[in-house]
Write a protein that binds this ligand. Structure first.
Ligand code: NAD
Length: 376
């Protein structure tokens, strides 16, 4: 069975789904591997390295898709790429199924079987396949580095002959995987860190990283679901939350926001009034920029000045660490594929909870129930 690794076509995307050592593992598992010429260049892997590990190199996307029965990608394909995927073949990538219905329909019409890595359950057994966690860790790390570079101050406390520098104050809102990495990175750089999350159960993790957990007085009616994800709340809750967080936001030099609810636009946690109360020169890094942003005034992929506060809305931070992002993706995607491999061929077990959770198209039918992307 031939596995195809295409070059990612999205603007600014430097990652690749499988790096050369991953090819060796796929070959040992009984697959053949074809890689589109230049697929690894954004992550600094050459065609020669892929060849050395046993891959065939395809000159272009047409040739790659024509020969592949399984496609391993990072991001969802564009419509022209999806049109090249062979009927009855299988696509595995971050499909973002809540927001990509037309693509799902196009793939279903072509009888392409599709698995969405966004839907890998956050369970112990699926940990090695957890692409979202691997990428969120990079985002949290990069958010703090971006914030530190945009801040017109030092991060650490310094006692110098020219006087004492007080440490930067960092506030992290949303202490999931990205938020916890942001806390750890800011602490390593010497900042004083506070953090808040809708889910009170993360308090212990926040404290264990040396940060203070902020508790506010309006408990949400439903903090999280059985899947561990936060639930969307009503407008009154978000208004109360903004009111109570305003003080903490105002005293921070850097705020990193990471709050997300799967399948929904990002909740608005910081409004213009709150920004207005921040010190001039403060920075906000909005990691939810690609889902509409946690901050009123975030501009996707831009750094904007709002009342003297820099708001950074860069998306796809993992693509800016493409070597390690691709290395982690290789481990995740290979583990995911091998979980569905029997005797050197793809043979998903419908009884397997990971297969059931991630298979979004099977035998021409869309299995993913699209939740309405309501306002939160
Ligand atoms: P995410 O990216 O979906 O959301 C980021 C954070 O934002 C979450 O912590 C969420 O609670 C928070 N949030 C949402 N709305 C908020 C609001 N209004 N105010 C403040 N915070 C808000 O989260 P994630 O990092 O992908 O983690 C999701 C869940 O999966 C968590 O329960 C996490 O512990 C769990 N998880 C489990 C495993 C595992 O067991 N293998 C691995 C990774 C994550």
């Amino acid at each position: 069975m031939m596995i195809g690794i295409p070059r990612e076509k999205a603007a600014g995307e430097n990652r690749v789904a499988i790096i050369p050592p991953g090819v060796t593992q796929l070959l040992e598992s009984g697959y053949e591997v074809i890689v589109e010429s230049g697929a690894g260049l954004g992550a600094h892997f050459t065609d020669e390295e892929y060849r050395h590990c046993g891959a065939i190199i395809a000159d272009d996307a047409e040739s790659l898709y024509r020969q592949s029965q399984v496609i391993l990608k990072v991001l969802a394909p564009e419509p022209d790429e999806a049109a090249l995927i062979q009927p009855e073949s299988t696509l595995i990538c971050l499909l973002n199924p809540w927001f990509n219905r037309p693509l799902l329909e196009q793939l279903a019409d072509r009888s392409v079987q599709a698995f969405s890595l966004d839907l890998v359950p956050r369970t112990t057994r699926a940990q090695s396949m957890d692409v979202l966690s691997a990428m969120a860790g990079i985002s949290g790390y990069r958010a703090v580095l971006n914030g530190a570079m945009a801040l017109p101050r030092y991060f650490p406390m310094l006692m110098t002959a020219a006087g004492t520098i007080h440490p930067a104050r960092v506030l992290v809102i949303g202490a999931g995987v990205a938020g916890l990495m942001a806390i750890a990175t800011a602490r390593r750089l010497g900042a004083v860190v506070e953090a808040y999350d809708l889910r009170p159960e993360v308090k212990e993790q926040v404290n264990s990283l040396g940060a203070d957990f902020i508790e506010i007085e309006v408990p949400p009616p439903t903090a999280s679901g059985s899947d561990g994800y936060a639930k969307a709340q009503n407008a009154e809750f978000y208004a109360a939350q903004r009111q109570q967080l305003a003080e903490c936001v105002a005293r921070a030099d850097l705020v990193v926001t990471t709050a997300a609810v799967p399948g929904k636009p990002a909740p608005k946690l910081i409004d213009r009034d709150m920004i207005h109360r921040m010190k001039s020169g403060s920075v906000i890094v909005d990691l939810a920029a690609d889902r509409g942003g946690n901050v009123e005034g975030t501009v996707l992929n831009r750094k904007v000045d709002l009342d003297g506060v820099t708001v950074v809305g860069h998306a796809n931070h993992p693509s800016r660490v493409p070597v390690h992002a691709s290395q982690l993706l290789t481990r995740n995607i290979t583990a995911f594929l091998l979980n569905m491999t029997r005797e050197g061929a793809l043979d998903p077990d419908p009884e397997d909870d990971i297969v059931a959770a991630t298979r979004v198209i099977h035998e021409g039918r869309i299995l993913h129930d699209q939740e309405p992307a309501g306002t939160v």
